[in-house]
Design a protein around this ligand. Structure first.
Ligand SMILES: [Zn+2]
Length: 138
């Protein structure tokens, strides 16, 4: 998988300023992954960093697989965006679990549902889907 990492910058600031409610998430444009400063700091939690990175790499994979239909789908179809984002969050959450982290289903459900103005899922739906991932993962 070919991708490039970038520290947050002007593009990051612009998108967060105008489109996002939460400042904690990363952003992927094509094969470029923009990550918050804490990602690059040594004292940060390595498991959290890797989990976040894997979520974003999933979007690179989606872009490389679906190309134009990824972009159009992500931006203009709530249904497609939901599929793409849930794939990312599934990878991220299962990575945390696999590495021994405890997951608060309620916190994740809330944070996913409040993700951005591109909102794609309700808290209740998110809670139920996350619970299914955890159960299926054993
Ligand atoms: Zn995502």
């Amino acid at each position: 998988m070919h991708y490039r990492l970038h520290r947050e910058g002007i593009i990051w600031w612009f998108i967060h300023r105008f489109f996002m409610k939460s400042p904690v998430f990363a952003l992927t444009l094509f094969s470029h992954i923009f990550l918050p400063s804490w990602f690059f700091e040594e004292e940060g939690d390595e498991i959290e960093k890797q989990a976040l990175l894997r979520h974003e790499i999933e979007h690179v994979r989606q872009w490389q697989r679906d190309r134009l239909s990824f972009i159009v789908g992500y931006l203009f179809s709530a249904e497609k965006r939901r599929i793409y984002e849930l794939e990312g969050f599934r990878v991220q959450i299962l990575f945390l679990l696999t590495n021994g982290r405890k997951i608060s289903v309620d916190e994740w459900a809330y944070s996913i549902s409040d993700y951005s103005i591109l909102s794609f899922i309700s808290v209740d739906e998110a809670r139920s889907i996350i619970s299914q991932w955890i159960e299926a993962d054993g």
